[in-house]
Write a protein that binds this ligand. Structure first.
Ligand code: ATP
Ligand code: MG
Length: 177
């Protein structure tokens, strides 16, 4: 999904003079999910990084430039109880003032109204992202430092491992004591 999204974002990235650095380790464990919905999730996060995460305007590249880093790693959930994968989408743009962070996933919430209007969009992206991730029993964390950049972390649980030593169709019985 990430490679596909990176592929169809290419023209938009080129237009914005931004670089996408995709770092996907080989042999990652599987997660199970709706690939269409997850395409929307990562499509929106990379779209946001392109629209709002460009480095500060400079005379040579007005409003463009910068690097978006997309990475994947094996990581437990916040309680260290479930194994999963964490996907990070990080830009080195202007960032988001701290007071806005808790409201970003509200429907129609946009930080800079004037700028948001100029780049188009509706303010629904992150609301959909949050909804899809929670349907996948995952977690979304958005963190940002003004003048440094914004990082969005999507944690998704690993697909349950098939029980070892069992044939398809066999069942395990949990015994108490
Ligand atoms: P849509 O996704 O519907 O096209 P949108 O991008 O404005 O519209 P969201 O994706 O929900 O809506 O994002 C909400 C707001 O959060 C954006 O309008 C922008 O102000 C802010 N934002 C999101 N991502 C970033 C980012 N990487 N850097 C700075 N601001 C961001
Ligand atoms: Mg968006």
């Amino acid at each position: 999904v990430l490679r596909q999204v990176a592929g169809f974002m290419e023209p938009i990235l080129r237009e914005a003079e931004m670089t996408l650095a995709l770092d996907i380790p080989v042999d990652l464990p599987q997660i199970r999910g709706d690939s269409g919905q997850l395409t929307q999730v990562f499509g929106n996060l990379i779209d946001n990084a392109t629209k709002y995460g460009a480095i500060k305007p400079d005379p040579k590249t007005p409003d463009g430039g910068g690097t978006i880093r997309v990475g994947v790693a094996i990581a437990p959930d916040a309680n260290f109880t479930r194994p999963g994968l964490v996907v990070s989408v990080a830009d080195d743009g202007p960032g988001i003032p701290r007071e806005h962070l808790p409201r970003l996933t509200e429907r129609f919430y946009r930080v800079d109204k004037g700028r948001a209007r100029a780049v188009g969009g509706t303010g629904l992206g992150l609301a959909i992202v949050k909804h899809v991730i929670s349907r996948h029993r995952g977690r979304l964390v958005i963190d940002s430092i003004e003048g440094v950049g914004t990082t969005c972390l999507v944690w998704l649980p690993l697909a349950p491992e098939p029980a070892r030593g069992l044939q398809d169709g066999q069942m395990t019985v949990a015994r108490k004591g």
